[in-house]
Structure formats: C-alpha cells, structure tokens
Design a protein around this ligand. Structure first.
Ligand SMILES: Cc1cc2nc3c(=O)[nH]c(=O)nc-3n(C[C@H](O)[C@H](O)[C@H](O)COP(=O)(O)OP(=O)(O)OC[C@H]3O[C@@H](n4cnc5c(N)ncnc54)[C@H](O)[C@@H]3O)c2cc1C
Length: 484
C-alpha cells in the first residue's frame, strides 16, 4: 500500500467533528502514515431506494454542509462535495486520487445499507479497504434484537433493554489535528440544487435556525443549564420554550445521540438538573432510538401500515380538506397555529404535531401517508424513521401506537396546553384580539365579541371544517369497520 495514499472520510447524516468515529479513525490513519485526508459528502439522488429529502430538510442540509466546511477550515481542511450515485462516485474518487482507505459511520435503514454494501463491493474491486463504524443510534439494532422473539415492538421494554445494555460507548473528542487536504475539485453548495431560488421561501427558516455543529452544541449546553428544569411538566406546552430544539441537529448528525445521552446523564449526576426531568428527556431520545430500530426492521414503514388490519381502513379522498389542513385553515386554532408554525419555521411543537396529525387522520379521515409526506416536505427535522413512526403512532396503526379510539379534542388540547392562547396568537394573528375564553373556539364567541376582535368567521378566519363530535363518531365507525 502506498504510504502517502489518501484516506477518505465519507460524511453522511453525521455532519460534525466531535464524536465522529470514522473521522477519528481517518485522522489517526492519516497522521500516523502521513496520508492526506479527503473529507467527502456525496449528494446521492440516483441510488435506488434512498428517499429524496423534502424541501425544508434540503435547505437545512445546505447550511449544515457550509457549517461543516467552516469547522473543517479551522483545521486547514475542507469538505469536498460531489454529486451522483455514492458507490460510483466513491470509486471514481479512488481512481482519481489513489486513495487507499475509505471510512464512514454506518446507517441502519435498508436502502442506505444496500448503497453502503455496493460501495464496499466497488471499493473491494479496486483493492481498497472500506472501514465502517457505529452510526447515529445509541445501540446498533442487531445488538438488541432478541433471537427468539425478533425485534421489540413496544417502547417501554425496548427502552428498558437499551438502558440495561449499559451506557452507550463514551463519546470521542474532536480531533486535535487533521491531516492536510488534497487539492481536488468539488462542487459549491449553491450548485447542489438544495436551496430554493425562485421564489426563495426560506426567510422563515433562516430567521428561526442556525444549522451546524456549533449551534447544536450550544443548544444542548444551554438546554441542560436552563429549561431542562421542568421539562417533564412543560414539554407539552407549545406556548413556552421548554424543549431542546435539537431535533434537526440530531437528524443531520450535527451532534451525536451518544453525546447527548452522556451530557444529560452528567447533568443529573452532578445535580445540575433534576433526575426526573433528565429521565424524561432521555426517554424522548429513547423514542428516537425506537423509531430508528423500527425502520431498520420495517424498511417500508413510510408507506406500509405496521398493523396490517389498517390496510382495509376506509380513508377518504378529500383534496380541499387536505389543503385546508396544510394551509392552517381548518377553523381549529390549535391545529391551524401548528400547521402555520410548520410552514413558517419548518418545525412544530411535539404536542401540536400530535393534535394536528390526529386531526388529519381522525377528524378528516385522510390517510396518514398524505400527512407524513407533507411533514416530510416541510419539516427541517424530517426524519426517515421518526416521521413515519410518529405518524403511524398517531394513526393507531404503528408499533406500540396510541389506540385509535383515543381522539384528541383540539379545543380541550388547546385549553390545556396553551391556556392563555399565546401560541395561537403568535401563529394565527387574525385571532389575536379574541379573549382567552374563546381563543380556542372562536365559533362559540358571541357576535359582539367577534366583531370587537375583528374576527369574521368564514371571511378572515374559517369556521370549523368539521364538527368535532360528528367527526369523532365517524372516525369510531370507520375503525369499528376494520375491527370487525
Ligand atoms: C406526527 C409527528 C411527526 C414527527 N416527525 C418527526 C420528524 O420527522 N423528525 C423528528 O426528529 N421528530 C419527529 N417527531 C417527534 C417530535 O415531535 C420531535 O422530535 C420534537 O418535537 C422535536 O423537538 P425538540 O428537539 O425540542 O424535542 P425534545 O422534547 O427536546 O426531545 C429531544 C429529542 O428527542 C427526539 N424525540 C422527541 N420526541 C420524539 C418522538 N415522539 N419520536 C421520536 N423522537 C423524538 C428528537 O430527536 C428530539 O430532538 C414527530 C412527531 C409527530 C407526532
């Protein structure tokens, strides 16, 4: 093997320098044998089976690639961007540079795995070793699968097993030095067709987010120093900033779940944060883990009901209702606020995601896959595991799902979790002057109060597109049909 042959580190959903096993190994191999290092990202929209990113996630990816390039530049390194089928692109880069080692962190979805296997084969055919390392889960799925019973389908025993397996590996520090880069060509982020141009609708996303490892780490630190206190009680309140806002950072691997896990544990152990709140926060990281494992075992989770009895569910085809939901014009203020928060900022509070998703599936009887696809396109944290798993959970057809007959009442949910209506007022400004009593049910307000608040139902804000009790009865009847 040529002593100065470069090492390639292939970045994927792990756009960071800290706790990056492949980069760690690549840096060491380079420093020890005096090899240059190529830090590579491939935009692969050609390999079969990979789900094309939605528009909001594409925007995030573009910013995150720039941020990673910025971090690398402080080590005298740079991120090389290429486009094409990953196995072919890697093989071509090896031919171009004479690289002798290629390292990456594993992914656990079947389509991604298949691409990686083809990459390994393509490299082997050229006599190049591909080294792979643990990826963005706490525990690799095959380590947890009970041989006799198969994958665990219920969250509580799943999480118990993860915790019983012992703390995840210790996070790796950021490399102290990196080998020098190789002067090779790469594309510019702006040419990758990731960002909207005509029109550029990303202003709301830019105002809300700063992608990149630096922000991810700062967010984690400030969360653990601050609003993690009270997280268990407040995490359901969309009107206060009580959660970590780490989802998109975790989605793109700007911070690793292993690092989040250890930092949270340390905060509890050193009494910086209450154990109860940390445990609750970690169990949410556990739901992320659970979803990742489900996707590993059920690769078509985004399109196929995990419970096959739902294959016969009588979904309605109702494009105007779907559009009203997407645009935040259902007439239910909490649902509309959530859908508009999503449209404006690329994110929605978890409680409101549950209520809005339930409204689509149960009040409107529209197939959960239509909602999943809309979230996929509009969420900055759109995740191939969390999104379909959560949609199936809400729809009642998932693993360990909410029972179908539990149907959220959007008015009561609003009154409970947004008691003063601050969240609704932020995203549905046309209702801002309504008194708290009617903010979640404007159709019940006397006409004088509506007039005083400048609300004209059916004109500047819709009347409810379905009536709650009738919708509830219809949903239960539809469910009874498949149960029978
Ligand atoms: C219909 C629906 C769709 C969803 N789609 C996504 C998605 O595409 N991507 C995504 O990351 N999350 C999704 N979630 C889960 C959850 O809403 C978000 O992870 C959470 O709101 C992100 O905010 P946070 O980072 O402040 O969360 P925190 O409360 O601070 O939680 C910490 C982390 O735990 C993970 N997490 C929290 N709740 C869940 C959950 N229910 N399932 C899986 N992981 C969770 C996330 O990585 C999150 O960043 C969805 C939930 C629903 C109901």
């Amino acid at each position: 093997m040529n002593g100065s042959a470069p090492v390639i580190v292939w970045f994927r959903d792990d756009l960071r320098l800290c706790d990056h096993p492949a980069l760690h190994a690549g840096a060491r191999a380079g420093m020890e044998a005096n090899r240059p290092l190529i830090c590579l990202y491939i935009v692969d929209e050609e390999s079969a089976g990979l789900r094309r990113l939605g528009a909001a996630a594409r925007w995030w990816l573009a910013q995150s690639l720039r941020a990673l390039d910025g971090e690398l530049s402080s080590f005298g390194q740079r991120l090389i961007l290429r486009r094409g089928s990953a196995p072919e692109t890697l093989a071509a880069l090896v031919a171009e540079t004479g690289a002798a080692l290629v390292y990456w962190n594993r992914r656990y979805d079947a389509a991604g795995n298949a691409v990686d296997q083809r990459a390994i084969d393509a490299l082997k055919a050229r006599g190049v070793a591909g080294g792979t390392f643990p990826g963005n889960l706490l525990i690799e799925p095959d380590r947890l699968t009970a041989k006799a019973t198969g994958p665990i389908r219920v969250f509580t025993p799943f999480w118990r097993r993860v915790l019983a397996a012992g703390d995840p590996r210790h996070p790796l520090a950021k490399p102290v030095r990196l080998p020098p880069p190789l002067p090779i060509a790469g594309e510019e982020v702006r040419d990758l067709n990731l960002e909207p141009t005509t029109p550029d609708w990303s202003g709301g996303l830019r105002a809300a987010w700063t992608p990149g490892e630096r922000t991810a780490r700062a967010r984690l630190a400030s969360f653990l120093d601050g609003c993690v206190r009270g997280y268990a009680a407040n995490r359901d309140r969309p009107d206060i900033k009580a959660t970590s806002f780490l989802s998109a950072h975790l989605r793109f691997g700007e911070i690793s779940p292993v690092e989040v896990f250890h930092a949270a544990r340390l905060a509890a152990d050193t009494r910086r944060a209450p154990v109860r709140d940390i445990d609750k926060f970690l169990s949410e990281i556990g739901w992320r883990e659970f979803s990742g494992h489900l996707l590993h075992h059920w690769p078509d989770m985004a399109t196929r009901n995990l419970q096959s009895r739902f294959d016969a569910f009588p979904w309605r085809n109702d494009p105007p209702a779907l559009k009203a939901w997407q645009r935040g014009r259902t007439g239910y203020p909490l649902v509309d606020a959530g859908m508009r928060q999503l449209w404006q900022t690329g994110w929605m509070h978890n409680r409101v995601r549950m209520v809005a998703a339930s409204f689509l599936v149960k009040h409107l009887l529209i197939d959960w896959r239509a909602g999943e696809q809309w979230f996929w396109d509009t969420l900055v944290d759109a995740d191939a595991a969390n999104n379909p798993a959560s949609w199936q959970w809400v729809a009642g057809c998932g693993a360990d799902a909410a029972p179908y007959f539990r149907i959220f009442n959007p008015v009561l949910q609003g009154e409970k979790f947004d008691p003063k209506g601050d969240y609704v007022r932020t995203f549905v400004p046309e209702l801002a002057d309504l008194p708290d009593t009617f903010i979640h049910k404007p159709w019940l307000a006397p006409s004088a109060i509506l007039a005083q608040a400048n609300v004209a139902l059916g004109e500047n804000y819709p009347a409810p597109i379905v009536e709650h009790d009738a919708a509830r009865r219809r949903a239960l009847a539809a469910f009874a049909a498949i149960k029978a």
